[in-house]
Structures are given as structure tokens and as C-alpha cells.
Design a protein around this ligand. Structure first.
Ligand code: HEM
Ligand code: HEM
Length: 166
């Protein structure tokens, strides 16, 4: 664990933030291919090339999100993160809450996906499907919060996630 609070996010934390964000967006946009594959296989059919490719990508991209999130949490524990920018206590708590829930989903979505697909666990499948709307709401709140800081408060929050020199 880091003992002193750094002035900025580490470069590896910043790269992981944007790579994981892009991979999650891919999962949310193309996730339905897994349901399509499941139905084709259940009916004894053969999936078309696009469905087979996207479903395969869904599995590997999901595993990548899980691995990169674990690495990111270890990097976070080792190097720490900068102190929150000054806002009201309520806004700070809201930001912390949204960040915590995003990290939780970044672990829960791939784990439940793996348990559903390889373990055939129905509850895991239900939780996995629910991760979609939860992710969408949390990402929307997160992006609106970042834009509020950037546009209304003009406190340079975006640059904290762009360069470690800020
Ligand atoms: C799937 C999409 C995304 C996920 C899962 C995500 C997740 C996170 C998490 C968990 C943190 C907290 C970092 C930490 O303290 O360890 C964070 C910080 C941040 N994110 Fe995102 N993010 C996403 C997309 C975006 C987008 C699109 C933007 C820009 C509009 C953005 C801007 C930021 C900024 C500026 C911070 C730093 C906040 C601060 O310094 O207090 N994020 N993000
Ligand atoms: C960050 C990681 C992941 C995200 C964000 C994600 C997201 C999604 C989304 C949005 C859907 C479509 C749900 C719907 O149509 O309502 C889906 C379906 C599915 N995903 Fe994932 N997924 C992830 C990782 C994985 C992994 C690693 C697996 C393992 C094989 C997996 C297995 C499945 C399965 C089996 C379905 C079909 C569920 C059904 O329709 O019965 N997912 N996923």
C-alpha cells in the first residue's frame, strides 16, 4: 500500500482507465451476440461468422477486462491516487460511491459471465444481464460528473486522467 498520497494518477493507471473503458463499451454494444450464439447452439444450428466472431471476442475481451481491472487495483493500492478535487462533501461522497460501484461491476460482470457460460449457473446469468443497465447508469453519472467538473467548475479534472503531469 502507498503511504503518501501522490499528486497525480500514475501513467499506468491512466492508460488502464482508457483501455478498460473502451473494452467495456465494446462489451455493452456487442454483448447481445452471446445471447444470439446461445440460442443458435440450443436450437442445434451453426452460428454465422459475425455472431461467432463477436461472441468469441465477448469472452476474450471480458477476460481482459477482469485481468486489467485486477492489475489496476494492485497499481492503485501500490501507488495510491491523488486527493479528490475540492467540492462539497456530498459531491465527494457521490464520486467515491460511483467509482466504487464501477470497480465492483468491472469485477462482477466478467466473473458472472464466466460462471454463466462455463458453469451454467442461472443466477450468475441473471446478475450478468443486470450488469448492463447498472453499467449504463453508472457510466452516465460518471461522465456527467466529469463534464460538470470540466465545464462548470473548470478545475482541470479531465487532465488528471489524461496526463500524470497534472
Ligand atoms: C466504461 C467507462 C468508464 C469507466 C468504467 C470508468 C471508471 C473510472 C473509475 C473507477 C475511476 C476512479 C479512479 C480511481 O480513483 O481509482 C475513474 C476516474 C475518472 N474518470 Fe472514468 N471511467 C469511464 C469512462 C470515463 C469517461 C468517458 C470519462 C470522460 C468523460 C472519464 C473521466 C474520468 C476522470 C476525469 C476521472 C478522474 C476523477 C478524479 O480525479 O477524481 N471516465 N473512472
Ligand atoms: C466486462 C465484462 C463484460 C461485460 C460488460 C459484459 C456485458 C454483456 C452484455 C451487455 C450482454 C448482453 C445482455 C443482454 O442482452 O441483455 C452480455 C451477455 C452475455 N455475456 Fe457478457 N459481459 C462481460 C464479460 C463476459 C464474459 C467474460 C463472459 C464469459 C463467457 C460473458 C458471457 C456472457 C453470456 C453467456 C451472455 C448471454 C447472456 C444471455 O443472454 O443469456 N460475458 N454480456
Amino acid at each position: 500500500m502507498s503511504t503518501t498520497q501522490p499528486a497525480s494518477y500514475s501513467p499506468i493507471h491512466i492508460i488502464l482507465h482508457w483501455v478498460i473503458a473502451a473494452l467495456i463499451l465494446f462489451q455493452l454494444i456487442f454483448g447481445e451476440s452471446m445471447g444470439d450464439l446461445k440460442h443458435v447452439l440450443r436450437d442445434g444450428g451453426v452460428p454465422d461468422t459475425a455472431t461467432a466472431f463477436l461472441a468469441n471476442a465477448h469472452i476474450w475481451v471480458g477476460i481482459a477486462v477482469l485481468a486489467l481491472t485486477v492489475i489496476r487495483l494492485l497499481v492503485r493500492a501500490k501507488f495510491g491516487v491523488p486527493a479528490p478535487l475540492p467540492t462539497s462533501r456530498a459531491q465527494e461522497l457521490a464520486a467515491r460511491g460511483v467509482h466504487g460501484l464501477l470497480y465492483l461491476l468491472m469485477l462482477l460482470a466478467p466473473i458472472t459471465g464466466l460462471l454463466a457460460w462455463y458453469g451454467g449457473i442461472h443466477t450468475a446469468e441473471e446478475i450478468h444481464e443486470l450488469s448492463k443497465p447498472f453499467f449504463i447508469v453508472l457510466i452516465a453519472l460518471h461522465v456527467l460528473g466529469a463534464l460538470y467538473h470540466h465545464i462548470a467548475l473548470k478545475d482541470g479534472i479531465m487532465m488528471r486522467m489524461v496526463s500524470s503531469r497534472h
